[in-house]
Design a protein around this ligand. Structure first.
Ligand code: AMP
Length: 181
């Protein structure tokens, strides 16, 4: 990533304290989408860094819901399919689910069972990597459907939450536009 892009993202991503609950510093990425050129640069930078590490991908798996925004830009630029993983109950056709631990309680993600072709190299994309549970669940779903996890891409990683450790066993190709230490 260029230092210039990181600086612009640092200025654009808004910190919202105590959202959605006390003690959480929420990284609000919605101001990014007010700037079409910035969106384009994020997608271009992510693609260039990702493909440098991993030659070719067959599809993008975008994680609900903030993973959809840049995910579809990446997929369109690469001219590959995009499929979503969504919270339980949102996908209309036949699904497979994976339940994972949150700080308090559990969450369940689902994937349509007719989207992954056997052996596909899949890039998993979300807006933010926090503890890594969500991205890990997406990786499990992709694998269980016969795909290979070609790597992960994010707009931002919150590296103090160690999410990289959780997802590295699936792929070491972890690309982010900006990291917060
Ligand atoms: P995790 O499973 O802990 O890696 O959480 C990742 C998911 O939660 C992503 O889809 C993010 O959109 C969201 N998320 C977690 N923590 C934050 C945060 N501090 N600010 C904004 N989004 C967050």
């Amino acid at each position: 990533m260029t230092a210039e892009l990181k600086l612009r993202l640092d200025h654009t991503i808004r910190n919202v304290p105590d959202f959605p609950k006390p003690g959480i510093m929420f990284k609000d990425i919605t101001p990014i989408f007010l700037d079409a050129k910035l969106c384009d640069e994020i997608a271009e930078n992510i693609i260039n860094n990702f493909l440098h590490n991993h030659g070719k991908i067959d599809a993008v798996c975008a994680i609900e819901s903030r993973g959809f925004f840049i995910g579809i830009l990446i997929a369109n630029k690469l001219n590959v399919p995009l499929f979503p993983v969504r919270k339980k109950g949102k996908l209309p056709a036949k699904t497979k689910e994976f339940t994972y631990d949150l700080e308090y309680g559990t969450a369940t993600l689902e994937i349509h069972t007719d989207v992954v072709k056997p052996g596909w190299n899949v890039m998993i994309h979300d807006d933010i990597l926090a503890t890594g549970g969500t991205a890990m669940a997406a990786a499990e779903l992709v694998k269980s459907e016969g795909g290979n996890v070609a790597g992960f891409t994010f707009i931002a990683t919150l590296d103090f939450l160690n999410g990289r450790n959780k997802i590295a066993p699936y792929s070491n190709n972890i690309v982010t536009a900006i990291e917060f230490e």
